[in-house]
Design a protein around this ligand. Structure first.
Ligand SMILES: *Cc1c(COP(=O)(O)O)cnc(C)c1O
Length: 374
């Protein structure tokens, strides 16, 4: 029997850079500077440069990055923040954590990102920010979003948790709004060995506030300027991320090559393939196809040792956790249609051509079987 092809293969990545990672970790452990050690500053400088921005603030997770940014911008109880329901729940949870209310806008049927044409009608008296997600690694239509936001004097915060290395008109994700929030959850394009996140921004004042509040409002060890939070990134994670960062461009190139190859190999099959908008270069966090037989195909692939996934099967406006917001089935038709039909195929930089061909062959035999049955 052939071996399982996983959705992502973190062991393969570690094996390829083991010495770099082990050395970086050993340095931190031997010095025993586990909290706010010099590796934090080092990673912040490198990641700010990677995103072409002035500041990077390292925090404990992507969720913390979102929550702290909203708080630093003054979002709180009674406010509304506009976002999408086709995302990981953390996007909306961060809004809820401030006491504000998430307002969901439907997505574009081609890119699955927030539909800028529906943004205007979602803006009201209480709107305090717009939080687009670069879903699957493809940048949202930031020029259209920023244009609406400027008219209403609203900050735009990128949820770039899936988009490290994505480009829009040649500019990196992380530099496309007032601030951007990244996750370094292990399976992301740049992953730590646990939870970690960061905020990038060109706004000096916002960066200053974020540095204070992520670390108990501290100006010095026992002088607390504001009431803050304990949301620092661990020094060990910063050391691991700095060891990985020089490889990120190569990993993104490998993802792009595999994505292009999937599109060529799958082009004859009855599937909706990913659409990349003009001027945008996806970081290909996920390669997502769509089919009305999604559940059957998912099941077939798993039985054939192909680890496909679904991102995300239940949109946020229909989650029990958000029933109090009062949304109903039918409110976000495109979001709901995508949630019912989307399937993420295995994609990671170390994936071999032979592994990819096995995934494609499994899909081919499924479509042949369903065509015969139908
Ligand atoms: C992963 C993810 C987050 C949350 O990041 P964590 O580091 O897991 O807290 C937020 N938004 C999106 C779109 C994500 O994919």
């Amino acid at each position: 029997m052939s071996s399982m092809i996983p959705l992502v293969d973190l062991q393969a990545q570690y094996a390829s850079i083991r010495d770099d990672i082990d050395g970086a970790m050993r340095t931190v452990i031997e010095r025993a500077g586990f909290i706010m050690g010099p590796e934090i500053d080092g990673f912040e400088r490198r990641f700010a440069q990677f995103c072409s921005v002035d500041h990077c603030i390292a925090v404990s997770s992507g969720t913390a990055a979102l929550e702290l940014t909203l708080r630093a911008l003054g979002v709180g109880p009674g406010d509304e923040v506009i976002t999408v329901a086709h995302t990981f729940i953390a996007t909306a949870e961060a809004i809820s954590a401030t006491g504000a209310r998430p307002v969901f806008v439907d997505i574009d049927p081609l890119t699955y990102n927030i539909d800028p044409h529906q943004l205007r009608s979602a803006i009201g008296e209480r709107t305090r920010a717009i939080l687009p997600v670069h879903i699957y690694g493809q940048p949202a239509d930031m020029s259209a979003i920023n244009e609406v936001a400027e008219r209403f004097d609203l900050p735009v915060i990128e949820d770039a948790a899936q988009a490290h290395g994505a480009l829009l008109q040649g500019k990196p994700a992380g530099s496309l709004g007032r601030a951007a929030c990244f996750s370094f959850y292990p399976g992301k394009n740049l992953g730590a060995f646990g939870d970690a996140g960061a905020i990038t921004t060109d706004d000096d004042e916002l960066a200053h506030t974020l540095r204070l509040i992520r670390n108990h409002g501290r100006r010095s060890k026992y002088l607390h300027e504001v009431v803050g939070y304990g949301q620092r990134m661990d020094t060990l994670q910063a050391a691991i991320l700095s060891a990985k960062l020089p490889h990120l461009d190569g990993w993104i190139q490998a993802r792009r090559r595999l994505a292009t190859r999937y599109t060529a190999l799958l082009s004859e099959m009855e599937l909706i393939l990913p659409h990349v908008a003009e001027g945008s270069e996806s970081a290909w966090h996920l390669y997502v196809v769509r089919t009305p037989c999604r559940d059957e195909l998912l099941d077939f692939l798993r039985r054939n040792d192909v680890g496909a996934g679904v991102h995300y099967p239940i949109p946020l406006h229909l989650q029990p956790a958000y029933s109090s917001l009062g949304y109903e089935k039918g409110d976000l038709p495109v979001t709901e249609a995508v949630a019912d039909t989307c399937l993420s195929l295995p994609l990671y930089p170390e994936m071999s051509d032979a592994q990819q061909e096995r995934v494609v062959e499994a899909i081919r035999s499924f479509t042949q079987v369903t065509v015969l049955k139908g």
